[in-house]
Design a protein around this ligand. Sequence first.
Ligand code: ADP
Length: 557
Amino acid sequence: MSDIEIAQANEQKEMQPITTIAAKVGLQEQDIERYGDYKAKIKLTAFENQPLPADHKLILVTSINPTPAGEGKSTVTIGLGDALNKLGAQTMIALREPSLGPVMGMKGGATGGGYAQVVPMEDINLHFTGDMHALTCANNTLAALIDNHIHQGNALNIDQRRISWKRTLDINDRALRHTVIGLGGPFQGIPREDGFNITVASELMAILCLATNIHDLKARIAKILIGYTYDRQPVTVGDLKVQGAIAMLLKDALKPNLVQTLEHTPTLIHGGPFANIAHGCNSILATTAALKLAKYTITECGFGADLGAEKFLDIKTPKLGKHPDAVVIVATVRALKYNGGVALADLKTENIAALEQGFANLKRHIENMQRYGLPVTVAINAFTADTPAEIQRLQALCAELGVQAVNTEVWEKGSEGGKALGEAVLASLTAPVDFKPLYEPETTLTEKIAIIAQQIYGAKDVVYETKAKKQLKTFATNGWDKMPVCMAKTQYSFSDDPKALGAPTGFTLHIREFTPDLGAGFIVALTGNVLTMPGLPKQPAALRMDIADDGTITGLF
Ligand code: ADP
């Protein structure tokens, strides 16, 4: 059965009312705003003034570098949450919201798979509670206000050639990467070059995920850099005086969304920045709510640990005020074989030699997470083609690093298939944790980039292209040169070359340009050819999707 068939069979029979799910973590009717029978938003007042109990634990799920198919990180995160609840450990899951870009494109949704899914999966993967639309609308409202300001006399002296604020759309649409707007004569505004980012790469998405309340949301929006004046002075949203209006458009999007797994584990799905071109973590508010409401919180971050986990630990953790107590790295035998040079079509054939070679990728991720001082467990997300010899070899290789690797069958069996992983993770939580950040906040931007490139990616050095070099000078002038950095890099490799699989060393990391996200509080460093507006593939997933006359959806994975 496909993911959607499993989910639909369950949705018709077994979903519990959202009030029942809310009650499992002590939330009453007045604490939530219902969106139909099975979705709700949690009011901030339901948790914001509660203390965070010191014995509540945070478990971060990350993974090796993925193959083009995605390797089941969400599936394992959901299955682990269900398994912990089954083991009697009160658990909440905190995930990111899917973007319509990958849903219609190639990678798929973000609601897990098999018997480890969140439901109602059609709603969550499509328009859900409207957060993405609110973000897109807020983003484009700001763009319209900027263009209107210039049209109406440009009191702020904004140089229309130096506007950095782009429009957004939550669909992969390469034709919108570079646009010209304002054509058609004096009544249509001032013509200028513009472009679109995918909503999940927008600064507003990052801000929504890092804001701790409405006050903070508004203050961050006020700091957003929208461009420069003709005499090269930065212009912010605060200068335009529209932070209140933009924050207002996000008032509901700011509240975490509550749903359930197939096994009724309360799950928050909130905020969805991509991890290759944005910071890759769900919202601070959702993670905080889960931490306060449940004894154990399982959360995930995007793509491999070089991207999502590095950003979770270096960008999100300081803002959250709590570091993870344990890390789970999801690996699959087939992805390691792919990293060991096996073609996608041949991944079903046993190949211990390729597994051993590709293990270099997992090894570096394990060592990177250990470098932060965190206990690590490996979850081997079992695929039917894995052979016992491959699994044993992988477990032995992990054991040599002092790490337990647990075969995990949550996709096939739900929580039953995740009990062994759950037990291993609970055991790992008893180890003392001495969290060591990768860099100190006061180090410079280029020092931070060098540390990430060399210590996490394995690079020899970092080269800045002309545009990036010029921007560094501007950042120094404006006092932005000590901000945290958010790396934008291909997810397929530790390097900026998507074809360099395994654990490459001795390479140069190329920084093409920067985007100062002053409201989010970091500078995005764009490496290699990474794009902030993806394109659709030759065979988009949309070709398989349909809706029947009675409203039944098919082909949504
Ligand atoms: P990620 O979070 O790494 O992108 P997902 O958990 O979203 O990956 O899973 C991607 C796809 O792979 C889903 O369609 C899911 O059903 C499928 N999948 C995940 N784990 C397994 C497995 N063990 N066996 C078969 N398919 C799986």
